[in-house]
Write a protein that binds this ligand. Structure first.
Ligand SMILES: Cc1cc2nc3c(=O)[nH]c(=O)nc-3n(C[C@H](O)[C@H](O)[C@H](O)COP(=O)(O)OP(=O)(O)OC[C@H]3O[C@@H](n4cnc5c(N)ncnc54)[C@H](O)[C@@H]3O)c2cc1C
Length: 337
């Protein structure tokens, strides 16, 4: 384990922002983490694949890059298997591996960038499935005391792109291993309209989980910018949830408003629609702006700094607030370390 100083993080975040970490260490085991903590460089910031964050300043203290590897089936039952996965494993590689093993449940989450250890942090979700549906437990190490702790589903306080690790326990733990409960039964989730349309185009009538994975990959590749070609962190903002009363008022003013009623009585409005209505789809401001095919994705056209990207996000937020009176909040982690 080698400590590097003044390390550029340009290649370690999908926005491609060039900030420099005062101290940087790649960890491959729990022992590495214990040693890193003992170096006493505070604050410690845990980095996975850098696909859900915007770095606006040079991180001081210590950046720990999680590269803990390992995937194995640890318990098997007739209809389900428990799988233990190292936090540094690539998420999509895990999805591919599980499908090859005949284990199902992750297929709708195909091609989400990033690491397994970061997946519970925001309870990743896509195409009708969220991580919590297949999550069993995780192990994490406290970044000050070095103590190991197990968190079961109820401890994680999962919500829409949310968990305890984004709130109360923000920056306090590094997630080292995650356990999933996966099914051996080929049951598929095709509730999401785009999946049904893609399967139709693929002429698949009785889809298997592998077909779902292929369909999701096709949709994502056609819709989302590849961070290797155009810096971005996926959806920048969460879809806002408003009260029924507020929604009814908006509907009167904007009869074409897009929305999804929620079980809790609130109404979810697609942030992309709100942003688009404010004229921000595909708009460029200097080195940044939104993606031409998806208003929710802020992109780095090459040389944008984190601050520039943040300023663009704030302008979008302000425009939406002014037109609709709705606050859109970042889904991604914005750091001012
Ligand atoms: C093109 C694109 C598409 C995307 N699509 C989706 C999508 O469909 N659904 C979705 O939910 N997300 C999506 N994302 C966001 C992102 O891929 C996920 O949030 C992913 O889980 C982030 O993983 P990461 O390893 O890159 O985390 P990072 O960006 O490195 O870290 C994100 C946060 O988690 C913390 N963290 C990272 N690893 C750990 C750990 N081991 N322990 C504790 N804290 C940790 C970091 O400190 C940071 O606060 C997309 C991103 C891109 C670029």
């Amino acid at each position: 384990m080698k400590i590097q100083t003044n390390k550029s993080l340009k290649l370690y975040n999908t926005f491609g922002v060039n900030v420099s970490a005062a101290n940087f260490i790649e960890v491959k085991s729990d022992q590495d983490i214990q040693q890193a903590i003992q170096l006493n460089h505070q604050p410690i910031f845990v980095l996975g694949g850098g696909s859900n964050l915007l770095l606006t300043k040079d991180p001081k203290g210590l950046v720990i890059k999680n590269s803990i590897a390992g995937r194995k089936v640890v318990r098997s039952f007739k209809q389900s298997h428990y799988v233990k996965v190292g936090g540094g494993e690539n998420w999509h590689d895990l999805v591919v591996w599980t499908l090859k093993k005949g284990l199902y449940g992750l297929e709708n989450l195909s091609l989400i960038p990033g690491t397994v250890g970061a997946a519970p942090v925001q309870n990743i979700g896509a195409y009708g499935v969220e991580l919590e549906q297949v999550f069993h437990k995780l192990q994490a190490i406290h970044l000050e005391t070095g103590k190991r702790k197990t968190f079961f589903k109820k401890d994680c306080q999962f919500g829409y792109r949310n968990s305890i690790f984004k709130n109360e326990l923000r920056n306090q733990y590094i997630i080292t291993n995650v356990w999933f409960k996966l099914s051996t039964i080929k049951k598929v989730n095709i509730r999401y309209g785009a999946i049904q349309d893609t399967l139709m185009k693929m002429k698949i009538k009785n889809p298997t989980p592998k077909h779902i994975s292929n369909a999701v990959i096709q949709i994502r590749q056609s819709k989302l910018p590849d961070p290797a070609k155009l810096g971005n962190s996926g959806s920048f903002f969460k879809n806002p949830e408003v009260s029924k009363k507020k929604f009814n008022k908006l509907k009167k003013q904007f009869p074409n408003i897009k929305f999804y009623p929620l079980d809790n009585g609130k109404v979810k409005i697609p942030a992309a629609w709100l942003i688009e209505q404010c004229g921000w789809k595909g708009k460029r401001v200097g080195n940044t702006g939104t993606y031409q095919h998806h208003a929710l994705i802020i992109v780095n056209h090459g040389k944008a700094s984190g601050k520039e990207i943040m300023s663009c996000a704030k302008q979008i937020q302000k425009a939406v607030k002014k037109k609709f009176g709705v606050l859109i909040e970042p889904e991604i982690r914005v750091d001012f370390l």
